[in-house]
Design a protein around this ligand. Structure first.
Ligand code: HXC
Length: 291
């Protein structure tokens, strides 16, 4: 049963915006990344999503494909972003079946709540490996195709930096701006992800690549929010109600808010935005700490 369009995408965008564009997304079966890909597919893109769980990834791909008649969405399971070889194989299949990669979303992430003095070295390393090394591996595996795309989609016929292809978005967080209890490992990892995006912007910009970070806050219906709610406590000022009331815009974010930010950054309207962090949190990270 397809999800009604207005639940995952605002009517700001025109159908066909991403006709002939191909998206490669890690963590694509997760709530945030699947919403991002669904929006792009609705607007004309074809997509390849990868993840560790075969069944979950394949069934999410089939579900996303219902967003638009004729859409091609491949779901490839058994891909661990910690292994560049498994990513390379998935990229090869994506390019073979869909014809290239114009946009990459590096969205695979690992998270659990743990106080820093109870984290094992391996627990810390696991999150660093999934978030930081995994994002780098995703970049490494897709960059040659993003460069081709930037060159092929030059809109002035000359400069690859005036192009509608060759874009990457890293999905990060806001917790490292202020620090967050029980999230040392994730905070350190997300700071690394942000730094990686800046490096891509600087080094690959002259070749036409734009690189940006989307940093979601509390987004309803996501695993991340469940974890934040657990961290704050289910009752009183904590829990989902408490998180909601501390947000300047007075509500939690929606998957549509993140999807809209993604569409903006990948659209022609986002052509001159690179090395940026688009925080989608209703202003929440600016609020003074009450703890
Ligand atoms: C302490 C823990 C732990 C916990 C795992 N570990 N869970 N330590 N508290 N709750 C430790 C293990 O004991 C082990 O250390 C090490 O971490 C690796 O665990 P494995 O289970 O072997 O690793 P793996 O199977 O690779 O799983 C990785 C994972 C897992 C990160 C631990 O949670 C995972 O796969 N997550 C993917 C899905 C996910 O987290 N999505 C959430 C994204 S939300 P030892 O020493 O015993 O070997 C998000 C939002 C962020 O990112 C912003 C909002 C807060």
């Amino acid at each position: 049963m397809p999800i009604p369009k207005n639940e995952y995408l605002s009517d700001t965008w025109r159908d066909g915006l991403f006709d002939n564009k191909i998206v490669f997304c890690t963590g694509g079966a997760g709530s945030i990344c699947s919403a991002q890909v669904r929006a792009l597919v609705h607007l004309g893109a074809n997509a390849c999503i990868v993840g560790r769980n075969v069944k979950k990834t394949e069934s999410m791909a089939a579900d996303i494909a219902t967003a638009r008649q004729g859409a091609k969405v491949i779901g490839i399971g058994e891909v661990d972003v910690r292994s560049v070889e498994s990513l390379m194989k998935a990229v090869e299949r994506c390019v073979g079946e869909l014809g290239g990669i114009d946009f990459t979303i590096a969205g695979a992430a690992g998270n659990f709540l743990a106080p820093m003095n109870q984290l094992s070295t391996n627990a810390f390393k696991s999150v660093m490996d999934i978030d930081v090394l995994g994002s780098y591996n995703t970049l490494k595996a897709t960059l040659p195709h993003l460069l081709d795309s930037a060159a092929r989609h030059k809109t002035d016929g000359k400069s690859p930096s005036i192009s509608t292809g060759g874009r990457i978005i890293f999905v990060s967080a806001t917790i490292h701006y202020t620090g967050a209890p029980m999230q040392t490992h994730v905070s350190v990892a997300k700071a690394g992800v942000d730094a990686l995006s800046t490096a891509v912007c600087l080094e690959q910009g002259p070749r036409g690549i734009t690189s940006n970070v989307i940093a979601p806050g509390g987004i309803e219906g996501t695993e991340g929010l469940e974890r934040l709610a657990d961290m704050s406590g289910k009752e009183g000022k904590g829990g989902k109600g408490g998180l909601n009331s501390g947000i300047p815009l007075g509500r939690l974010g929606t998957l549509r808010d993140v999807a809209d930010a993604t569409v903006y950054l990948f659209s022609a309207a986002g052509s001159y935005v690179s090395g940026d962090v688009l925080v989608v949190d209703g202003g929440a990270w600016h609020r003074p700490s009450t703890s």
